[in-house]
Design a protein around this ligand. Sequence first.
Ligand SMILES: NC(=O)C1=CN([C@@H]2O[C@H](COP(=O)(O)OP(=O)(O)OC[C@H]3O[C@@H](n4cnc5c(N)ncnc54)[C@H](O)[C@@H]3O)[C@@H](O)[C@H]2O)C=CC1
Ligand SMILES: O=C(CO)COP(=O)(O)O
Length: 308
Amino acid sequence: MQETTISILGAGAWGASLANLALANGHRVRVWSRQGNETLAEVIKDADIILSAISMKGVREVALKIQSLTLPPETIFVTATKGLEPETIYTPSQIWQSCFPNHPVVVLSGPNLSKEIDQSLPAATVVASSVDSAAARVQLAFSSSRFRVYTNPDPVGVELGGTLKNVIAIAAGVCDGLQLGTNAKAALVTRGLTEIIRIGNCWGAKTETFYGLSGLGDLLATCNSALSRNYQVGYQLASGETLTQILAKLPGTAEGVNTCQVLIQLARQQNIVMPITEQVYRLLQSEVTPKQALDELMLRDIKPEYGY
Ligand SMILES: NC(=O)C1=CN([C@@H]2O[C@H](COP(=O)(O)OP(=O)(O)OC[C@H]3O[C@@H](n4cnc5c(N)ncnc54)[C@H](O)[C@@H]3O)[C@@H](O)[C@H]2O)C=CC1
Ligand SMILES: O=C(CO)COP(=O)(O)O
């Protein structure tokens, strides 16, 4: 395998897992974290690939810092963040691309709970870019017998699958916390996918992408695992804890909390009907209890399955 210099930005759960996958494949790996001793300039020097696994709130700040540094023109950016920027409604890849218009940007996203990856359990993911050769290079760099990497030509669709499912994962946690059963969960996840497709198309994402690993695949993983922080937020809300209490003890980032606010803003602007997302939003704002949110969803006007 071609040896590659990979600089990973963010030493949280996901950054650490991806660094280990790259190391196991024999690459030169450097990790930058804002708490670490090495400067950004030192860590990204001569990088073939710069991979960001920073939580959403830090993405633009770090991208702007890198803009002032010198980079080889062929450096590939990879983004593994699952979130949306509130002010612009940009996805992370759109931020990286707008800051580095002459560099290829690749999205890496899939059903990838980091704790399972750390245990060397098998997993698959997707790397997506408008530049095929860049996606192929990242695919080769990360593929192994325990991490199967597919390419895809729809970066924003792949990225939105991972981002939008976090809101539905909060709802799935509530569903399990209230012990609503398997039928309810299946209905929730399936109708959740309908909402994801409806709003995801606003960014120009392809519908078929949402049926793949980075869409349905990640939705299933996150909605069915207690390892998911977003699921945990919902589960603990159903147990009567407040959002502030839950976030104070949550290990790591639950991006769905902020993503939900951004989605509601966009859905209201564009008149997109998102009843599950709306109830998750109201629950996070303490406007409804989990039980009231359930009743609101079940008692909506009856309607055909397809169409608004
Ligand atoms: N943990 C997982 O299983 C997966 C996480 N992701 C996504 O990856 C992203 C990171 O997740 P985790 O590593 O789990 O979160 P984490 O909370 O463990 O780590 C977040 C990292 O971002 C850094 N960071 C936050 N704000 C920053 C700023 N302003 N400047 C510089 N660095 C900053 C933190 O220092 C930390 O290194 C999230 O968007 C998450 O949705 C994606 C797939 C799997
Ligand atoms: O995105 C993830 C798995 O693919 C991780 O989910 P959480 O951020 O909810 O832990």
